[in-house]
Design a protein around this ligand. Structure first.
Ligand SMILES: C[N+](C)(C)CCCC[C@H](N)C(=O)O
Ligand SMILES: O=C(O)CCC(=O)C(=O)O
Ligand SMILES: [Fe+2]
Length: 422
């Protein structure tokens, strides 16, 4: 919806740009230069026109490449100079002391050929930008692309996708298999590894293939049962409605790993719901509700005083967390058990928030959005705890679940090192 508006705006602006070889109208303020690039450029998107046009505006540099209109602030252009003196390509770190750049800086000379933008600054320093680098790194480029491409699912979509199972052997030994696993995980927010020995040690080894383990007050790798050894409903036989874990951390754990080592009894199936699918429905049906959930800060809390365990955790943040530049959802914090007192907004906002929260809950509870699985020894489940909600059916008998949390940064790091977009 925002995109449609943007394209309209973009079209209008492009219209104002001069056509190739057009003469500047006499009314242009002196000192403003404009021109076409020397020649047409190679493409990113075949459907776009190959033209490249630029204009030196008073406050910014305007560049249109293959139909994408971009605006660059002059300080930004100076600050992002990739010359050897400004940028160390060995460490990928900036050398330039940005504080020495005059904020009103403007180039004294500018030139664009088919591949490169050349800027000469008042002190004689020359900055070169590859045009495709500018397209890649511009705000306008970022605005149009998802940081993380995903397939939003309900149970039918997930089941019909027939996501291939990854076996432990291949997962542990082949980078290609690991990549396949992570690709699935990034797309769907859940992924399974099969034929894992039903032990805590093997679960730990499998988890470490993907990431560093995130230790919490529950331990590093946990193995829990319904013994109420900790002050939380997870340690009972009760059903647990869909939720994300550690909503009471300032940064909730990125990934949760589950491996059921043993269950002699009935029930105990695991429930999985794609929170982003639910949020997307809310956005499409009532954008105002989505906005409430992405704006109102909500506290979650974990207070435990059981045995030797004394913990008090507080995390604050909206239920829906979006990137401000493209409105892309990147984290959902949803846990009605652990949600704390709402006292960060006045009463009228509170009422609107409850309406929005109800709309999201209704969506998340629709049976068609529920994926039920019975975890069996040997089958390790990875859940994106920033996206997919989990829950469980009540159960009888001895049920032993082991697992751990993973550091999100390290999972994404592994994915990127294998060439995946993350
Ligand atoms: C997974 N493990 C059993 C160790 C902890 C469970 C934590 C449960 C908590 N209410 C939450 O949702 O974060
Ligand atoms: O027992 C289960 O299946 C899951 C319980 C739970 O929500 C958790 O441990 O985070
Ligand atoms: Fe949980």
């Amino acid at each position: 919806m925002t995109f449609t508006r943007m394209f309209v705006r973009l079209g209008a602006c492009l219209h104002r740009l001069p056509k190739r070889n057009a003469q500047p109208p006499a009314l242009w303020p002196p000192g403003i230069t404009r021109g076409p690039c020397a020649a047409s450029r190679t493409q990113h998107t075949a459907s776009h026109s190959k033209s490249c046009l630029w204009q030196l505006r008073e406050d910014y540099f305007e560049l249109s490449v293959s139909g994408l209109l971009m605006r660059f602030d002059y300080v930004w252009l100076r600050d992002h100079c990739r010359s050897a003196s400004c940028y160390n390509t060995k460490t990928n770190q900036r050398n330039l002391d940005t504080a020495t750049v005059e904020l009103g800086i403007r180039p004294s000379n500018i030139r664009v050929d088919e591949e490169t933008l050349f800027l000469t600054w008042p002190d004689g320093h020359v900055t070169r930008f590859n045009l495709s680098w500018l397209v890649q790194n511009s705000y306008e480029g970022q605005k149009q692309r998802a940081v993380q491409p995903r397939i939003l699912w309900n149970s039918e979509i997930y089941n019909e996708a027939k996501v291939p199972a990854i076996s432990c052997e291949g997962f542990m030994t082949s980078d290609e298999e690991l990549k396949q696993f992570l690709k699935t995980f990034l797309l769907y927010g859940i992924a399974f590894v099969e034929d894992v020995p039903p032990t805590l040690e093997a679960t730990e080894t499998v988890a470490q293939r993907v990431s560093l383990i995130r230790e919490t007050m529950y331990g590093r790798v946990w193995n829990f049962t319904s013994d109420f050894s900790r002050g939380d409903t997870a340690y009972t036989k009760l059903a647990l409605d869909r939720h994300t874990d550690t909503s009471y951390f300032q940064e909730p754990c990125g990934i949760q790993v589950f491996h059921c080592l043993r269950h002699e009894g009935t029930g105990g199936r695991t429930l999985l719901v794609d929170g982003f699918h639910g949020a997307d429905k809310v956005l499409k049906e009532a954008p105002g509700n989505f906005e409430q959930l992405s704006r109102v800060p909500i506290k979650h809390e974990y207070i435990e005083n059981v045995g030797a365990y004394h913990n008090h955790m507080i995390g604050v943040g909206p239920v829906l967390n979006v990137y401000p530049w493209n409105n892309e959802l990147y984290m959902i914090r949803y846990n009605n058990y652990d949600r704390a007192v709402i006292n960060t907004v006045p009463h009228d906002t509170v009422q609107r928030w409850y309406v929005a929260h109800r709309a999201l809950t209704t969506e998340l509870r629709k049976p068609e959005n529920e994926l039920w699985v019975k975890l069996k020894p040997g089958k390790v489940l990875f859940i994106d705890n920033w996206r997919v909600l989990h829950g469980r059916e009540s159960f009888t008998g001895l049920r032993q679940l082991c697992g751990c949390y993973l550091t999100r940064d390290d999972v994404l790091n592994t994915a990127r090192s294998l060439g995946l977009q993350a």
